[in-house]
Design a protein around this ligand. Sequence first.
Ligand code: PGA
Length: 234
Amino acid sequence: LKIIGCNWKMNGSLDLLQKIAHITQKPYDDKNFEVIILPSYPFLSGFYRDFPKYVKLGAQDFYKQKNGAFTGEVSLEILKNLSCEYVLVGHSERRIHFQENNQTINAKLKNCLEEKIKPILCIGESIDHYQSGQTKNFLEQQVTQNLADIEDAQIVIAYEPIWSIGTGVTPSINEIQNIYDFLKDIAPANSKIIYGGSVNSSNFKDFIQIADGVLMGGSSIDIAEITKIYSSLQ
Ligand code: PGA
């Protein structure tokens, strides 16, 4: 199954939710693809109501405690109650804006595995690491530290070079192939490796030929783009 992940980030509206729910009323080929929509928290319950069951639901973050006096936070237990199957962990925007470090991310991955919700771990190098030829070293460090004491879990790893997120620039097909092979070697055996960063309706087919799927930001909230992408999955 190739994963088609849609990370809405801090975007969206009820109107967008309804438009995308409408697009997905036609089933996709779920023998070959798994479409996962990751809207922000307030839209999760609308999603649960309006989307067909073959579209999977995910969240973009969570707080580690099960429940209790943590005003403003959302737990894995709450997410599971809304039928969330997936959750993003360690997206570069959380690492950058919310100071999540490799240790925090390791703890969050363990929470997900305990609570049996599937984590999508995001990793990726900065432009400086890329330009100085440090990509593999950097990724290896992230994988080792993020997955410390986690062995044969089923994890989805999204390789998202930071310099490619929201920029319209992507690594070449050869570069992605090279990193995919590298990550397959160092990640737990059952991991899936997907690619994210400026994925759109014209390039996503190239990426899903190499990787186990894609994670999209901008294209996933662009009605014209998502219509094209979704209809090509049927
Ligand atoms: P983008 O974002 O598709 O807008 O580049 C990808 C991501 O951050 O997951």
